[in-house]
Write a protein that binds this ligand. Structure first.
Ligand SMILES: [Fe+2]
Length: 271
């Protein structure tokens, strides 16, 4: 067994390395302001990064017709997402600003929940601006721009979803203890893994599904038990972040998500 260094002086990354947890999955508290909206600079991406974006975009888009919800596909159109080039966060921020009054901030990785909720409350979506390495194209446990942009951003052009998400930030800042955990669970089964009953049938809106090759093929299959949206049931549902999801919840509309969340938080005194 490897001899342990003096533990006190290790950084969070070093401690994570000792415990063999991927350091990129440990949330970091922001110690300085991060660039927002017009302050965001487009990185000098190597050509191989643009190729990774195109590969992931093309591969994932192929599965989305008939699977992703209308509101997501319309949002992707509004954002002019294209396979040709990694989008510029500043340009996306301007589009959000004109539609739902949201903005983007460029963050260095997974951020601490306190920073995250504060941004949501201010209608700011934190996004990374780096893309996973070639060896992680099929799966990465860490956040990257493909998950943040392709997975999350299209729905932020939807008025009801954007309003819900802003309320979520506010409620999460007010919540403590058990209620915070319940909100995390709510986030998991909606923002990351939500389904919606569109008029044409069951569709996906969760970013964790839409940006994952395995989940996008699994979510609408017979392997998944789909339950009706009910905040009381969602917040106590167990889940496992490391495996394909066996249970998902379906909303009727984004209005229902917005209203259902509002009612639940009011009832629990956190909004
Ligand atoms: Fe996410």
């Amino acid at each position: 067994m490897k001899e342990k260094k003096e533990n006190q002086n290790l950084s969070a990354y070093e401690r994570a390395a000792e415990q063999e947890i991927d350091p990129r999955c440990i949330p970091q508290r922001l110690t300085e302001t991060v660039p927002e909206h017009d302050e965001i600079v487009y990185p000098d991406y190597p050509q191989s990064d643009h190729e990774s974006w195109k590969y992931l975009y093309d591969r994932q888009m192929k599965f989305l017709p008939g699977r992703a919800c209308e509101e997501y596909l319309e949002g992707a159109d509004k954002l002019n997402l294209s396979p040709d080039r990694i989008p510029h966060l500043k340009e996306l921020s301007h589009i959000f600003n004109s539609i739902t009054d949201w903005k983007i901030a460029r963050v260095p990785g997974l951020i601490h929940e306190q920073n995250f909720f504060e941004m949501l409350r201010r209608k700011v979506f934190p996004s990374t601006d780096y893309i996973r390495g070639k060896e992680e194209l099929d799966y990465t446990p860490a956040p990257d721009l493909f998950h943040d942009i392709f997975g999350h951003m299209p729905l932020l052009t939807n008025i009801n979803f954007a309003s819900f998400y802003q309320m979520f930030g506010e409620a999460a800042l007010n919540a403590e203890g058990e209620n915070r955990t319940k909100l995390e669970t709510f986030h998991w089964f909606t923002v990351e893994f939500g389904l919606i009953k569109n008029p044409e049938g069951m569709r996906i809106y969760g970013a964790g599904i839409l940006s994952s090759l395995g989940e996008v093929q699994n979510a609408l299959s017979d392997n998944v038990k789909v339950l009706d949206f009910d905040p009381e049931k969602i917040v106590v549902q167990e889940y496992d972040v490391w495996h394909l999801q066996p249970i998902l919840f379906a909303i009727e509309s984004f209005k229902q998500l917005e209203q259902g969340f509002k009612d639940w938080t009011k009832k629990n005194g956190i909004l």
